[in-house]
Design a protein around this ligand. Sequence first.
Ligand code: ZN
Ligand code: ZN
Length: 380
Amino acid sequence: MAATISPFVSSRLARIPAELRGAGLDALVVTHLPNVRYLTGFSGSAGAVVLFAERAVLVVDFRYVTSAREIAAASGGEIAVEVAERTYDEAIAAVLRREDARRIGIEAAYMPVGRFNKLSAALASGPPSPLGSEEACPSLVATERFVERARVVKDAGEVKTLREGARLLSAVAREAAAFVRAGRSERDIAADIDAAVRRAGFERPAFETIVAGGPNSALPHARPGRRIVQQGEGVVLDFGGVYDGYCVDLTRTLHLGERGPAFRRLFAAVADAHAAAIAAVRPGIRPSEIDAAARDTLARHGLAEAFGHGTGHGLGLEVHEEPRITRVALAQPDAPVEPGMVFTIEPGAYVPGAGGVRIEDDVLVVDDGCEVLTDVPVEL
Ligand code: ZN
Ligand code: ZN
């Protein structure tokens, strides 16, 4: 496991004090592992960060003491290490009590109620406040998207990693066309793609690879099964890889043998929607407007009903993160996109029982539009 601290981690931590003060918090307990990794570079399978205005405390168990101490040593004092001797929650509570934190943020989206109660109990079991003290018992405060808001705009190190990941995934896509032959099962084709993803230098596939032939291609999230792909049908290939912790994601729809008019019509419409959405991407545009560019194009092709998912999703330490390129929805941020954001553009059209087409690329927002990070012809 890499235990080096990225030069960017320091600048990520530097943004925190103002954010904490702005939210009226003394500390933030970060338990969502991608956020832990973002803030510290720590990539273990368990861990937490307690953020204060002045520093961060990385809480790990005995398995990760060595790598955590290396991170702390490389951080120049910004990151300290706390080893959880018994439970994580007791260790987190001990760190918070030592710093006398009173208003403590937690990540509401990722903390189960049971854990919230345990952490509250661990905090309450500390020494009581002096009699007559104004200070109340420490309280846990639900926060939303505290670290995610920072993660949405990638820094130079992340852009470099995503650009390289997309380049490698594009090479896998070009290789994958040869795996798709009539008479092979979806599952075997998916296994070949997964092997190619690893050979290309990825740590692992970013999600379960989709290989969906014929009628299965009409299911946006089909799982590859025993079905044999046949001559004369379309096959959707949707796969991704994790490269140095960062996810890239790509879809192409192939066709075996001669294309019939129905497939040609679907393909032309989706290719049009894909091009329209990419052309729309520039700083200042809202995700819902990018989505509308794809959706309106499909509607003009008479396929409004055939596109039931969002146009794209952010990429980073997670394969589905902000920004969500979708229609405006309740509690869905629709803030204008900014340079440094990386997300997919993946319109599709699905005709139940017949088939579907999806085309997906990864884009980086730049000052004058976008850079398409993946580089594969739309028709493989
Ligand atoms: Zn995908
Ligand atoms: Zn995707």
